[in-house]
Design a protein around this ligand. Structure first.
Ligand SMILES: [Fe+2]
Length: 257
């Protein structure tokens, strides 16, 4: 199976559209979307409206911004700008898109149950927004990664989002290592290790590289690829400014913060 992995679009239609155009000629069996479709960016309806056109079967979990925009949570942990953007998004969403957000499933979610006999960890694949231990937890460091590895569904490979940082945590012989993934690259995953992998953010990267971030994974070769893609970010910025959202949301896109 070939997977396309996308996370944290945050209402940035220009970034999502550019990424999808770039993978148009490739074949994918599944697309994994790790939450935060909306919030911050000014094109929430366009982003939600594009989901039916994603390649292969869609597996999706909700993000913390999706929950606040849908009215499932009030956004107590949000800063002023994030809360303002969530309220702006709620006001601008169409009724079907509002309903769609309300019904997004909570993670973790098993995408591929796998075969326990595949030594030594099986080959289960799961997705979540923050962590399998808690959908709202930020996995920045080894301590949070350890909790994530211990939590159900104990997958061999888990894709997560939320931090907007493309990175990989690996559990090998009881020890955890973390690695930030820069630019474009690839690696082959090993059966005798477990992985927590973040594809980075499509709509609001935060590793000082303003390019949209995403990944692909081929289960047969166990080959993971990570990519960065330049997109017309001035158009996303103009949309934010014209929409009356805070200027800082437009500015940060240019700096990747
Ligand atoms: Fe996010």
């Amino acid at each position: 199976l070939r997977y396309l992995i996308l996370s944290d679009m945050h209402g940035n239609w220009e970034a999502l559209q550019t990424v999808l155009r770039g993978v148009r000629r490739k074949r994918f069996d599944r697309t994994l979307v790790l939450g935060d479709l909306v919030g911050y960016g000014a094109a929430p309806n366009q982003v939600i409206g594009s989901l039916p056109g994603l390649p292969g079967r869609l597996h999706i979990v909700r993000g913390n911004h999706d929950k606040v925009v849908a009215g499932i949570e009030a956004g107590q942990g949000f800063n002023e700008v994030a809360l303002l953007a969530a309220h702006w998004t709620s006001r601008h969403l169409t009724a079907p898109h509002q309903t769609y957000l309300e019904n997004l499933p909570e993670g973790p979610s098993v995408v591929f149950p796998g075969d326990e006999s595949v030594a030594p960890f099986g080959d289960r694949l799961a997705i979540c927004h923050g962590s399998p231990a808690d959908e709202d937890c930020y996995v920045f460091a080894e301590a949070e990664a350890q909790q994530a590895f211990r939590a159900p569904p104990h997958a061999w490979l888990t894709f997560f989002g939320h931090t907007h940082l493309p990175c990989l945590f690996v559990l090998a012989e009881g020890r955890i290592g973390g690695l930030l993934l820069r630019g474009n690259g690839a690696m082959t995953l090993r059966r005798d290790r477990r992985y927590l992998i973040n594809p980075g953010s499509i709509g609001q990267p935060r590793d000082r590289d303003p390019r949209a971030s995403y990944m692909t994974y081929d289960a047969r070769s166990r080959r993971l690829h990570w990519y960065r893609r330049r997109y017309p970010l001035q158009r996303a910025q103009q949309r934010i400014v014209r929409g009356g959202l805070p200027l800082s949301l437009a500015e940060r896109l240019a700096h990747g913060v």
